[in-house]
Design a protein around this ligand. Structure first.
Ligand code: NAD
Length: 325
């Protein structure tokens, strides 16, 4: 499959692995890139910009294909030296960056000056148009189905993607809810130039998380996610476990919720421990509604090959038959 995105990113298949906190390590990013997609290292998963430089070097040892780095700018418990992370990315010679969370405009002169292709993740059309206007090269349109932070508008990809196709000139990825060939074919039909998958790549052999977490996601249905931090206007879709339930109970109490009331439950470091040790109620972890479509733990190569073959078959056989009579 050739799309504007495969051409611009220099990849074989129109499939990108989205940035994921604690999951976007070199093992996963390299596996996705080696399988012909675009792997992404998560910048803030590394404790310092110096560690990110080392992780980029480690990834280069595992693949000679293009890979990217994600830089997410959202509220954090500890202040993050974003500028230093951005400089570490550029100084390491990375040529593709996925930005997310806030307007990436302050970082664009640095990235564009270094010839970096910027993909900005957006949860609304107005943010996508803004990203185009300020000079981002492409956007990743993240529907309400997505894992992590879906924004506060609650518009699903069935509406967002056709709107993006009507209004954007730059290419866009469809993100949120994608995990199989039907999804890829549908995304292309709705005007996207490829798909971005996070949750689906968590449930692969190479994802650096505990097998119990992967198996829990295989067993889960589409009803097994919760929306937390709604009351703080920093909504996040996470796997429905006992910690997410406790957070929701605190948020439902009368009066304003303060982040301090839930901080000890949701701190990212507990999520990391959950991924490492497999204690499914240690903290929270991001997961999208697509968990309902996941029922195996393939390698990234098997997954990408299968998705592309399935989508090609749908387009060239099922859909072609419908219009050929
Ligand atoms: P962390 O430990 O600093 O915070 C844990 C969670 O609490 C994060 O979701 C964060 O956004 C939220 N948070 C922190 N301070 C807050 C405040 N004052 N008000 C409201 N919410 C607050 O974060 P982490 O888990 O180490 O993650 C690091 C970065 O990666 C954060 O920016 C986080 O949002 C981001 N992240 C993004 C996704 C995604 O889906 N895009 C998923 C996980 C984490």
């Amino acid at each position: 499959m050739q799309t504007r995105i495969t051409e611009m990113l220099g990849i074989q298949h129109p499939i990108v692995q989205g940035g994921m906190q604690w999951v976007g390590l070199a093992e996963l990013a390299a596996a996705v890139s080696n399988a012909g997609g675009l792997g992404i290292l998560t910048g803030l998963t590394q404790p310092s910009p110096e560690d990110l430089v080392k992780e980029i070097a480690r990834c280069r040892e595992m693949t000679d294909k293009p890979f990217a780095v994600n830089l997410t700018i959202l509220p954090t418990i500890k202040p993050v030296p974003y500028e230093e992370y951005a400089r570490a990315i550029v100084d390491s010679g990375i040529k593709i960056v996925e930005t997310a969370g806030r307007n990436p405009e302050p970082f664009l002169p640095l990235f564009k000056g270094a010839g970096v292709t910027v993909i900005h993740k957006c949860t609304s059309i107005r943010h996508s148009l803004k990203a185009e206007r300020i000079g981002c090269d492409m956007v990743s349109v993240d529907g309400f189905e997505c894992a992590g932070h879906p924004g506060e508008d609650d518009v699903t990809n069935m509406i967002l993607l056709p709107l993006a196709a009507r209004r954007l000139k730059i290419p866009f990825l469809a993100s949120g809810g994608f995990g199989d060939g039907r999804g890829l074919a549908a995304a292309l039909a709705m005007g996207a130039d490829g798909i971005n998958m996070g949750t689906r790549f968590m449930v692969t052999r190479e994802a650096p998380i505990h097998e119990k977490v992967k198996q829990k996601m295989v067993d889960a249905s589409e009803l097994d996610t919760s929306l937390i931090y709604r009351s703080l206007r920093n909504t996040a879709r996470v796997f429905k476990n006992s910690i997410a339930q406790q957070v929701l109970e605190i948020e439902a109490q009368p009066g304003d919720t303060k982040f301090e009331d839930i901080q000890s439950l949701v701190q990212g470091v507990k999520g990391r421990e959950l991924f490492e040790g497999g204690d499914l109620d240690k903290g929270i972890w991001s997961a999208g509604m697509v968990v309902g479509l996941i029922d195996d733990i393939p390698t990234c190569e098997e997954l990408i090959t299968r998705i592309v073959a399935e989508a090609e078959q749908i387009i060239s056989e099922r859909l072609a038959r419908m219009v050929s009579a």
